[in-house]
Write a protein that binds this ligand. Structure first.
Ligand SMILES: [Zn+2]
Ligand SMILES: [Zn+2]
Length: 240
């Protein structure tokens, strides 16, 4: 039986290999992993948790060790209680997130979600993924943060609330905007379908850059009655 399973596995692997040209996009060598493919096991194991200095509130990585709160948080205290993040948005982690998001390699949601699940997640009542607008959802066909949120929810046994928060306004892609335009772009872009009663929420996102999305979503959730919002992201990007 085990032999048969093994044969089936290798058959499945070779079929998969034909469908997806399994060349690791990071090191360009043949990929050898079912779980992370097309990224190879070697490159995946190179994804490291960021352990350098970062803002105590929003976890923005610091270039120097000075201070413990970043300028943005000093200027305006964020509505969220804290940000938990795995690594820097670079190298293999960036590649994996982009493959999921822009090339629909949906199976990567599992290992990416597991990165968040491994972190020290505070006690929360529910997981809320950052929503996409209807238009963007139709274009992409799926919401990557929902896929990631589902993995975190299952692994940590925390209820997932995927319908609570939605994006009511069509906005420009954040990536093309400056830091100040990002906040303006998202103003009043989100809404909730129901009220909360003081619950603690874990907002899940793939990448956090200026934190404009996390701030706006948290504000909306608090307005709807959430007691506290924590944010968990797979990666943290630095805006230069
Ligand atoms: Zn590789
Ligand atoms: Zn900060």
């Amino acid at each position: 039986m085990r032999k048969l399973q093994g044969a089936f596995k290798s058959l499945a692997y070779s079929i998969l290999n034909t469908i997806y040209p399994l060349k690791c996009p990071v090191c360009k060598r043949p990929s050898n992993s079912l779980l992370y493919s097309p990224i190879c096991r070697n490159c995946w194991s190179g994804i490291k948790r960021y352990e350098g200095a970062s803002c105590r509130i929003c976890s923005e990585p610091f270039t120097s060790d000075a201070g413990d709160i970043c300028g943005r948080c000093l200027m305006e205290r964020p509505p969220f209680a804290g940000v938990i993040t795995y690594g820097l948005y670079s190298d293999t982690l960036k590649e994996a997130i982009n493959l999921l998001k822009f090339s629909s390699v949906k199976r990567l949601a599992k290992p990416l979600g597991m990165l968040i699940a491994k972190l020290d997640i505070p006690q929360v009542d529910m997981i809320v993924p950052v929503p996409l607008s209807i238009k963007r959802l139709r274009q992409r066909g799926f919401n990557q943060t929902l896929l990631i949120g589902r993995v975190v929810s299952k692994t940590l046994d925390i209820p997932l609330s995927s319908e609570l928060l939605y994006k009511k306004k069509e906005t420009l892609p954040q990536a093309v905007l400056s830091a100040s335009d990002r906040a303006r772009n998202l103003k009043n872009a989100f809404a909730t379908r129901s009220r909360l009663k003081g619950e603690t929420v874990l907002l899940v996102d793939d990448v956090m850059t200026t934190g404009a999305t996390a701030r706006e979503c948290s504000k909306t959730l608090l307005k709807a009655g959430a007691g506290k919002v924590f944010v968990a992201t797979v990666a943290r990007a630095v805006m230069l």
